[in-house]
Write a protein that binds this ligand. Structure first.
Ligand SMILES: [Zn+2]
Length: 196
């Protein structure tokens, strides 16, 4: 879990997945007169190591190589591509599913019995092993249905991944008061312009 996952009430079993998908911040809207700047928490192998370390996902002092870093970015972009689709469409999106499968193959998991019952453990043992936790969360969230509630904000200027806590699970914006309103105002203006 992280400060942000707690703030937005993302269930803890999904927190690493949520944080990982949002380590790329593409928001570029103006809010309260301030231009939001796009940012990438995973700017390089060192930053990836720090990101993992903060979440207890770094169990070795070994270096993250450039190839490992590429595998991590590939995993993130394919997870984001999967999550940006409507929950009902994801499973049928052949290209996205194929690409996500190729990316997760580098993060194999093994079942292990422990004091909490059966758990998924990384099958890798190198510096990138801890990132398998993100893939494990994808799997368990898919089993318990919470993955369908992990969505990407429909605003092109936002693209944050959010957890939809609404009962019907039909939310399209990370924050209705922010992204939803901005999009509605724009649609209204465009309709007015079309009528003028
Ligand atoms: Zn948004």
């Amino acid at each position: 879990m992280s400060r942000l996952s707690r703030k937005f009430k993302v269930p803890d079993p999904l927190a690493n997945l949520y944080d990982f998908a949002n380590s790329l911040d593409l928001r570029h809207f103006v809010h309260h007169g301030m231009q939001h700047r796009e940012a990438d928490e995973l700017a390089g192998p060192r930053e990836l190591g720090a990101w993992m370390s903060r979440r207890g996902l770094l169990s070795t002092g070994a270096r993250i190589t450039p190839a490992m870093f590429e595998a991590a970015l590939d995993l993130r972009s394919n997870i984001r591509d999967y999550l940006q689709r409507d929950a009902a469409d994801r499973r049928k999106a052949k290209d996205a599913v194929g690409a996500l499968n190729r990316a997760v193959q580098l993060f194999p998991l093994a079942v292990e019995a422990g004091h909490r019952g059966m758990v998924l453990r990384p099958a890798r043992s190198d510096a990138l092993a801890g990132l398998s936790a993100v893939v494990g969360e994808l799997y368990t969230a898919s089993i318990d249905g919470t993955l369908d509630r992990l969505k990407m904000c429909a605003s092109e200027e936002c693209r944050r991944v959010f957890f939809d806590r609404s009962k019907p699970a039909t939310r399209r914006w990370c924050m209705s008061s922010l992204c939803g309103n901005r999009m509605k105002t724009r649609a209204y203006r465009e309709r007015r312009r079309a009528l003028a």
